[in-house]
Design a protein around this ligand. Structure first.
Ligand code: G6P
Length: 450
């Protein structure tokens, strides 16, 4: 029986089916995985969903990493819950992404999918209930599993339950769009927890404002930071050096504006490109003196809105290159590959980091770039990113909808004196590492046990 349990949709390991039926394990899980590794493996259990065919096959064969339990949920149920509700409804509500004249539409199909979401949550709750020792601590992650705390509380009143939201929380007006009974079920699910964690006060307050009476639940903020040592070690490996040298060759001695995101609607990549275009139009002296490196690695491509968005990013970048490019200068270098080495190389050579989400739980990239930047970078940061709460003093703040303001901020960033840039970067990096994943996790565990 485990005394510390974590539950999340995406687990710390995934399996790919190789030729001839072999199963290749790939480890990920980021900060949470390293945090959990501080706890005795016999004491802890990480419950996650089987995401694809490789994972399902691993479950069938009984292949498993120690301390990890993958749930093989019926694929149709899983797809309805993950794509149909978590990523198409809850993600859109929490990030305010709806095109209001057309969406959301809560019809019979929505209600059918919600039932799948409920039973996908229930599969987690039942496994946790069966595996948890008396009085164990359970740390549930994110909007995928918002009903788990309440369901688990009903099954096991003895447990200490925390839920952490990695996204923003919808404003009360957005939350009210949900059908009343569904909104109440969602809140009841969340309020089954002893402690609800958010990255920032803004998201905690949005929750409190929409929830009304919190009962016995405590709401707290734990602004996740980065593990500076680990990240620097990764970013200064020889393969990243090689990559950086190649990028350097392409860019020459021009300045760089860097962004790295998932291809994600909330990241506001299109307005970022529009701002760059406006910079080149309004300040032609920057032509041929700057390159915009935009990495947008693929994400959630099962959803049509994400495929269309990825295509729009590519085509806007191509338009800018056609409009301003010359024989030896390509203004935008877009990469839509999952290429971590390239991203780290870009972090290192960034003169300017552009992080302009329309709304974002934290946006760790804003913390990562200053930590690995070689000579200091000026950070252009959206007021709607969670990271803004901690980093605003040393960043150049922008309204993510204001393309003209963003273009001006890019120019200010490009012309910032090197010493000021270095000083600001030092302070940004110090703030960025103030609550690394291990301490972020242990702080929640402590709060739960006290
Ligand atoms: C956000 C969510 C995470 C999620 C990640 C990647 O950061 O808060 O829970 O894992 O995006 O999204 P994906 O759908 O690929 O897991």
């Amino acid at each position: 029986m485990a005394t510390v349990l974590v539950a999340s949709n995406r687990g710390p390991v995934s399996y790919a089916l190789g030729e001839g039926g072999s199963l290749d394990a790939r480890k990920g899980g980021g900060g949470l995985a390293s945090a959990l590794s501080t706890i005795d493996a016999r004491e802890s259990l990480w419950v996650c969903a089987a995401l694809g065919e490789g994972d399902r096959e691993a479950v069938r064969r009984g292949t498993a990493e120690p301390g990890v339990r993958m749930l093989d949920i019926d694929p149709a149920t899983y797809t309805d819950a993950y794509n149909g509700i978590a990523n198409s409804v809850l993600w859109f509500l929490h990030h305010h992404l709806y095109d209001i004249p057309r969406e959301p539409v809560f019809d019979a199909e929505f209600h059918r999918r919600w039932e799948s979401y409920r039973s996908y949550n229930r599969a987690f709750a039942e496994t946790l209930a069966a595996e948890a020792a008396e009085g164990a601590a359970v740390l549930v992650q994110d909007y995928h599993l918002a009903l788990v705390p309440g369901q688990l509380r009903d099954l096991r009143p003895d447990l200490r339950i925390a839920h952490f939201t990695h996204t923003p929380w919808a404003s009360p007006a957005y939350l009210r769009m949900l059908p009343t009974d569904i909104r109440e079920e969602l809140l009841r699910g969340m309020l089954g927890a002893d402690v609800l964690g958010f990255h920032t006060r803004a998201w905690a307050e949005a929750f409190e404002a929409g929830a009304g009476d919190l009962g016995r639940t405590q709401v707290a903020t734990y602004p996740l930071g980065v593990d500076g040592e680990e990240l620097r070690a990764l970013a200064y490996r020889p393969e990243v050096d090689d990559r950086l040298a190649r990028l350097r060759q392409e860019i020459g001695d021009r300045k760089t504006i860097v962004r790295v995101d998932r291809t994600e609607l909330s990241k506001n990549i299109l307005r970022g490109l529009q701002a760059y275009r406006e910079l080149l139009t309004a300040h032609p002296e920057w032509r041929d003196r700057v390159v915009h490196l935009a990495s947008a690695y693929p994400s959630r491509q099962d959803l049509e809105a994400y495929r269309a968005y990825t295509a729009a990013v590519r085509s806007l970048a191509a338009e800018i290159n056609a409009e301003f490019g010359t024989a030896d200068w390509q203004p935008v270098l877009v990469s839509v590959e999952d290429d971590f080495t390239r991203s780290l190389a870009a972090y290192r050579l960034a003169d300017v980091a552009l992080v302009n989400p329309v709304r974002d739980g934290m946006n760790l990239v804003a913390k990562e770039i200053p930590v690995v930047s070689e000579t200091g970078c000026a950070l252009v940061l959206s007021r709607e990113a969670g990271a803004y709460e901690e980093l605003h003093e040393d960043a150049l703040a922008v309204n993510p909808f204001d393309v003209t303001e963003t273009a001006e901020a890019l120019r200010t960033a490009l012309t910032m004196p090197p010493s000021e840039r270095a000083d600001r970067t030092k302070r940004l990096a110090a703030t960025a590492v103030s609550l690394p994943p291990q301490r972020w996790f242990l702080a929640q565990l402590e709060a739960l046990r006290s």
